[in-house]
Design a protein around this ligand. Structure first.
Ligand SMILES: Nc1ncnc2c1ncn2[C@@H]1O[C@H](COP(=O)(O)OP(=O)(O)O)[C@@H](O)[C@H]1O
Ligand SMILES: Cc1cn([C@H]2C[C@H](O)[C@@H](COP(=O)(O)O)O2)c(=O)[nH]c1=O
Length: 221
């Protein structure tokens, strides 16, 4: 039976890598799939993984109708066995409903990949609809880590190096150092709620010399 699966996690936990691996494995067995994405960091109509894999994909926009696209594909002779949907947090709730209908009425497997919550720890509307409708929500096995070593569960946004909790929900960006004025960092909930990024923690921590000279320093991070 076809299924709607939402592979979810923080930024930088391997979602796009898994999306392209799954496409590779299914295609290698002769299944026909279509790749979709929206606002990938590498540019429009692209699925890019930080491990270096890059593939062309259809760019999802406000006018994209997944039901109509699969029907059109089949009308033109494509079997369309599965869809790979990356950056799925950006899809409209209505598009997620179209994907569920494609699964149920056309027997197409839909594998969607996206972050669950934004920089304020609020659900993206698309992700919320996936959680509500998916047959399964899968958490990726590879753990992204907070600077403290705990599993990262939340996404922080920084502007000019400082964590912010206000701003537009959608701002394309990366987690790497030097990512630009707006950047992201994955944190555990504890440090997300305390707005304690790696830089803030470093700034709050005494240097080893200071520690040696101070007997009762308590780090409250
Ligand atoms: N230089 C590297 N060497 C090994 N693994 C890496 C390297 N750079 C990134 N990765 C892996 O790639 C993952 C990010 O993959 P990606 O598919 O881009 O994530 P996502 O789509 O979830 O943002 C990291 O969690 C890490 O495991
Ligand atoms: C937290 C958060 C992220 N984004 C953007 C930043 C990136 O362009 C993507 C996530 O991509 P990844 O492959 O999972 O790293 O989402 C955003 O627009 N708003 C946010 O709050």
């Amino acid at each position: 039976m076809a299924e709607l699966v939402f592979f979810s996690g923080t930024m930088d936990c391997g979602k796009s890598t898994l999306a392209l691996q799954m496409h590779h494995n299914h295609a290698a067995r002769g299944r026909d799939g279509i790749l979709y994405t929206q606002h990938d960091r590498a540019g429009a109509a692209t699925i890019s993984s930080r491990l270096g894999l890059v593939r062309s994909a259809y760019e999802v926009g406000p006018a994209t109708d997944f039901w109509a696209e699969v029907i059109a594909g089949r009308t033109h002779g494509r079997p369309v066995d599965y869809l790979i949907c990356d950056e799925a947090q950006f899809y409209a709730a209505q598009q997620v409903e179209q994907l569920a209908r494609v699964v149920d009425e056309l027997g197409v497997d839909v594998y969607a990949f996206g972050i669950t919550t934004d920089f304020r720890a609020r659900l993206f509307p698309g992700s919320a609809r996936f959680v509500e409708l998916a047959d399964r929500v899968e958490v990726l096995q590879v753990r992204a880590l907070c600077w403290c070593g705990s599993r990262a569960t939340h996404n922080a946004r920084t502007v000019g190096g400082s964590m912010v909790v206000e701003g537009a929900q959608v701002v394309v960006g990366d987690v790497s150092a030097g990512a630009g004025e707006v950047a992201y960092e994955v944190l555990c909930r504890r440090h997300h709620m305390r707005r304690m990024t790696a830089a803030a923690a470093r700034a709050a921590s005494p240097s080893p010399q200071t520690l040696a000279a101070t007997e009762d320093v308590t780090l409250d991070v």
